[in-house]
Design a protein around this ligand. Structure first.
Ligand code: HEC
Ligand code: HEC
Length: 501
């Protein structure tokens, strides 16, 4: 057991699922409580030199369904005194919905645990945006369970937004099972995006609404007149709006608190560190885990689909993911601590991850007609959109309609909206108009940002509305919608790769 010299006391709650050493985290079985000063490091490849061990950076590790994930902070420790963790307004803090144990998002399992532990009194459970409607009946336990069912079952938060008056479309019909949504506001049920790995971010919020233009900025699209303020500005505005909205703060966050929150969240890196099958993901040949991720280069336009690399002018590359290239061998290496009788199985799991990585980068699919992509593009791979190296975001703002909120995919637990084009009279149905509610443009209906793909295993379910309950369902979605023709083996490999991110 190593104790990191710079590890400050952490919130006890944030470490209740901390695994001590990664080798003890197999299969998500280790959920032991450990002293607050104990570091859960050991993901960096080590020479075994005691001096090196003592200096190993602090990584906060939590178990998840396929192993465990870890967070590293550039600050050297997770500062529980940061205003990110301070309850404001209605008793919530940012951490109420962005929990390290859930990859800085929120999972149904932890929502349910909080509901049980507090009998529904935890400030997460507020009609404002935790319930299916702000007017939901929360007078009895039975009523509360119904009111908070989308939060309990899918970890969804209600975002209220209305169709802008100047929009080129109008709301022509509402089918809200919770009888609240209408002209005043649409109820949009969305997953909290992770407040980590933000240094790989070009677009803030699912619909990009906190991605701000700034004419005098240096972050400009190569072939368009648009320049963006960048994450520091976006995230400060976002934090303030989250405090006023989700946390009902009585006043704006001070500039100092905004800056402290942005510095804190921007310094976080989270990734899967241990996989039940492939074991230590930063072990020999692997570059998984948050420490390797913190060393990954990223800048605005590092690998843009249209213009390639803005700085080097290299053309776009689909070799986006390479962290497991060292396992793309007939017989991938395994670490010395793996028992000889397990070695073949671990090597097999590593090879499956490497095959999944190759599928991610290069397996072709039919993406013609995706709104937001250049019209000429008809074939592509996962890497076409998830193109920021090793992170899977897109390095310039890009909002796309891949069909997740299509009316045809509506499930009975979500409201359905009918929208009408004011000029053409055309109508369409959607569960969430996405970017169109910010821009007011018909052509933006159903568009969402390309999210970061690290620490996925930490935070099911997936997509903005939690419609894919696990990563296998994500792969099934793409396989069907974009005609990937994946074999059962390929589905398993791609899923294994996503779990190891
Ligand atoms: C009640 C739950 C809740 C609380 C409290 C909350 N958030 Fe969020 N957060 C969300 C949801 C839901 C989204 C996604 C909403 C969307 O895109 O429309 C989000 C999005 C974000 C994002 C965007 C990340 C990205 O990739 O674009 C950041 C950053 C963030 N929150 C930080 C914060 C901070 C800082 C606070 C505290 C001031 C906070 N949040 C409080 C639920 C919450
Ligand atoms: C045409 C662009 C495009 C392609 C191709 C694409 N994605 Fe996505 N991906 C997106 C967008 C946009 C979203 C957000 C959609 C939403 O939630 O409505 C997304 C969401 C996801 C998510 C959910 C992340 C989260 O935090 O919930 C995963 C996982 C994912 N994609 C993996 C993949 C994989 C694997 C492939 C290849 C099989 C792939 N994507 C291909 C654009 C794309």
């Amino acid at each position: 057991m190593t104790t990191s010299p710079n590890a400050r006391p952490l919130m006890r709650a944030a470490i209740s699922m901390l695994c001590l050493l990664l080798s003890a985290c197999g299969g998500g079985s280790a959920t032991q409580e450990v002293p607050a000063r104990t570091s859960g490091t050991a993901s960096a490849a080590s020479t075994g030199d005691p001096a090196e061990k003592a200096a190993a950076p602090f990584v906060l590790v939590s178990a998840n369904a396929s192993g465990s994930h870890g967070t590293y902070s550039r600050a050297g420790f997770i500062d529980s005194a940061n205003p990110f963790f301070k309850p404001i307004g209605n008793g919530r803090s940012c951490a109420s919905c962005h929990d390290a144990r859930d990859g800085w998002s929120l999972t149904p399992a932890s929502v349910q645990a909080r509901y049980l532990a507090s009998n529904g009194a935890d400030p997460l459970f507020l009609p404002l945006d935790g319930a299916t409607s702000p007017q939901a009946d929360v007078s009895s336990d039975e009523a509360r369970r119904l009111a908070y069912r989308l939060l309990l079952e899918k970890g969804l938060i209600r975002i209220g937004m209305k169709v802008p008056a100047a929009a080129d479309f109008e709301l022509a019909g509402v089918d809200d099972p919770y009888r609240f949504a209408g002209d005043k506001e649409l109820s949009l049920f969305r997953r909290p995006l992770p407040s980590t790995n933000l240094s790989f971010q070009s677009t803030v919020m699912w619909d990009g609404r906190e991605t701000h233009l700034a004419p005098d900025s240096a972050q400009c699209m190569l072939n368009a007149a648009r320049c963006y303020a960048g994450p520091a500005v976006d995230l400060a505005l976002q934090a303030n709006n989250a405090a006023l909205g989700h946390a009902q703060a009585g006043a704006e966050l001070s500039a100092a608190d905004q800056a402290a929150i942005v510095a804190f969240e921007s310094g976080l890196f989270t990734a899967q560190v241990f996989d039940a099958g492939a074991r230590n993901l930063a072990g020999i040949g692997g570059r998984g885990g948050p420490l390797a991720l913190a060393g990954v280069a990223y800048y605005f336009g590092i690998n843009d689909l249209v213009d390639g690399d803005y700085r080097t002018r290299a053309p776009f590359t689909d070799k986006v993911m390479s962290l497991y290239s060292g396992w793309a061998l007939a017989n991938p290496p395994v670490d010395a601590d793996v028992a000889p009788e397990d070695a073949a199985r671990v090597a097999g799991a590593r090879l499956a991850i490497a095959r999944g990585q190759a599928l991610f980068n290069q397996r072709e699919m039919s993406i013609g007609g995706v709104k937001g992509l250049p019209g000429t593009l008809v074939r592509g791979s996962c890497a076409t959109c998830h193109s920021a190296p090793e992170a899977g975001s897109h390095s310039v703002p890009l909002l796309l309609d891949i069909g997740v909120s299509d009316g045809a995919r509506r499930t009975a637990d979500l409201p359905l909206y009918t929208l009408k084009n004011k000029t053409t009279g055309e109508v369409l149905e959607t569960t969430d108009p996405g970017a169109a509610l910010a821009s007011g443009r018909w052509s933006d209906i159903g568009k969402f940002k390309v999210p970061i793909l690290r620490a996925l295993a930490a935070r099911p379910p997936y997509f903005h509305n939690g419609s894919a309950k696990d990563l296998r369902e994500v792969v099934d979605f793409y396989n069907q919608r974009f005609q990937m023709h994946l074999s059962p083996q390929e589905i398993a490999d791609l899923t294994a790769f996503l779990k190891a991110l």
